[in-house]
Ligand binder design. Structure first.
Ligand code: ATP
Length: 508
């Protein structure tokens, strides 16, 4: 199955099993906006909780905030979003399709990277065990040529973007001979800037309406509350403020399902540190955040860092944690050392002193900030694509099983009376009543046990508990494991501990 087919299967599975629906589905959807169904909302809540627990509950020096989506319009002046939160767009005159100009160039670079990967694969086959990848990519003339080509294109794009030189970006697209993937033509419009913020009016027109924005990131709600929280929480630097919530971006090209949405959710933490210590903390959070991902038991090969060589003017270090999505490695989370840019700017625009008096050094300063920012929906997509597995069973049948990390699975356990009579449903309900206060349980008595197992596999329930006649005699049940399909017989009183152990995070 190629990657495109695999991705299609995931998106249709997500709809068929109540994970993700197009928004306003009965009206044929709304572009790049999605709703989460009965299983999706559980998975999403679990991811959010898993993050919150790791960031807030397990760090004495990190606290939460829940800031409003609407903020004072000057916030977005101070943050630079009004002037610079733009993407360059370009249209193809033949297909009438709109693209992000920088993404067209990046896709072109990705094609060259594919060529490098193909050369590496070929050489691997040729040299067998003796193959040294490092040496090959640094000496093979064809690969070296491709790498130089990528370097040159990236540099041109970076300079044009930095200088906001839209004519140069168009020139680059023309020089590279990039064609529209739909029409195949090079008939491009000029490149124009497009601000990604959604604007709306506050107050009725009669009252004199004011234009405000739907927040394009949750971070600013943290910065504007820095002083409130530092003072009322008596927080001492270094400390962090965490927030999860909706953000809105009018993305020019929204595609790849929930990877790039116009309304999405972020989980962000801003960590305030003493100036001069920020690079140590950057390293700390870079490692800590990867550990969080690995604690879910997902293979390390699925993740990689992408350190930014070219930095935004206010950052002095930045990296992405990339995940191998069905369409390749892409950004899942960003970790940025943002210096004192945000607090200084808010201080300037608001006229309020956003400083910290450090009792250890007897100095006042504006703290530096390390940001960790992960898209909840992207994490959801990462989990969907990691989990989706098609398996052929020994009896020749097939199953689709969602191998979610147990801690994130929508339902932890399914309670299944073997038959719908002989007092088994009553006993099953009794067992379920003991578990529902602590775990999401699903009760099912319809269809054969095999069919019920398949349905639970399809939504990723880690454990199925079957109640049969023996249960009535000695209170034992069978517990079936989703991944191994092994069954064990245990006393129903042990279920609580078995489920607890199953969903405990891995220690990394
Ligand atoms: P990209 O380069 O993919 O547009 P970004 O660098 O603009 O992302 P940030 O502003 O750093 O992203 O936002 C932090 C995180 O928020 C990203 O790592 C991503 O997981 C998530 N995110 C950003 N934009 C979107 C979107 N349109 N839809 C879903 N998630 C998003």
């Amino acid at each position: 199955m190629n990657q495109e087919e695999f991705f299609k299967k995931i998106t249709s599975h997500a709809k068929e099993y109540g994970f993700v629906f197009p928004s306003s589905d009965i009206y044929d959807g709304l572009s790049a906006v999605y709703d989460y169904g009965q299983n999706g909302v559980e998975l999403k809540n679990n991811i959010r909780q898993y993050w919150w627990k790791a960031m807030v509950q397990m760090h004495e020096n990190i606290v939460g905030v829940d800031a409003a989506i609407f903020m004072h319009p000057t916030v977005w002046k101070a943050s630079g979003h009004v002037d610079a939160f733009n993407d360059p767009m370009i249209d193809n005159k033949d297909s009438k399709k709109r693209y992000r100009a920088d993404v067209l160039v990046e896709d072109h670079i990705a094609k060259i990277e594919d060529k490098i990967n193909k050369e590496v694969e070929k050489a691997k086959k040729r040299f067998g065990d003796a193959f040294d990848k490092e040496q090959f990519v640094s000496t093979n003339p064809r690969v070296v040529g491709y790498k130089q080509e990528i370097e040159t294109i990236s540099h041109c794009l970076y300079v044009a973007m930095e200088n906001n030189d839209l004519a140069d970006i168009k020139q680059l697209i023309e020089d590279l001979g990039i064609v529209c993937p739909i029409s195949g033509s090079r008939n491009w419009t000029d490149v124009r800037q497009f601000n990604l913020m959604f604007a709306t009016q506050m107050g009725s027109l009669a009252e004199g309406a004011n234009e405000i924005y739907l927040r394009p990131e949750t971070a600013q709600g943290i910065f504007v509350n820095y002083l409130n929280i530092q003072k009322t929480g008596r927080m001492k630097v270094p400390f962090g403020i965490a927030q999860t919530g909706k953000a809105f971006r009018n993305e020019i090209v929204a595609r790849q399902f929930i990877f790039r949405m116009r309304e999405f959710e972020q989980m962000e933490m801003q960590f305030f540190v003493r100036p001069g210590t920020e690079l140590e903390w950057f390293k700390h959070w870079k490692e800590e955040r990867l550990r969080w991902h690995l604690s879910l038991g997902i293979p390390a090969e699925k993740y990689r860092y992408h350190d930014h060589e070219k930095l935004a003017h206010y950052a002095n270090a930045a990296t992405d944690i990339e995940f191998e999505f069905p369409f390749g490695f892409k950004e899942l989370e960003g970790i940025h050392s943002r210096t004192d840019f945000d607090l200084s700017s808010h201080s300037k625009f608001s006229g309020k002193k956003l400083q910290y008096f450090d009792p250890e050094t007897n100095e006042s300063y504006i703290p530096y900030v390390i940001e960790t920012s992960i898209g909840l929906d992207r994490m959801f997509l990462a989990m969907l694509s990691h989990a989706y597995t098609e398996e052929k069973l020994e009896d020749g049948s097939e199953r689709v099983v969602m191998k979610f990390p147990a801690a994130l699975a929508p339902y932890k356990v399914a309670i299944l009376p073997l038959v719908k009579k002989d007092g088994l449903p009553e006993k099953a309900r009794e067992i379920m009543d003991q578990l529902t206060p602590d775990f999401m349980c699903q009760y099912e008595e319809k269809d054969s046990i095999g069919k019920r197992y398949r349905r639970q596999d399809a939504i990723g329930t880690p454990l199925c508990v079957t109640i049969d006649n023996q249960t009535l005699e000695d209170n034992t049940v069978t517990v079936r494991d989703r991944d191994t399909m092994e069954q064990i017989r245990v006393n129903a009183d042990e279920l609580y501990n078995i489920i607890r152990n199953k969903i405990a995070p891995k220690k990394i």
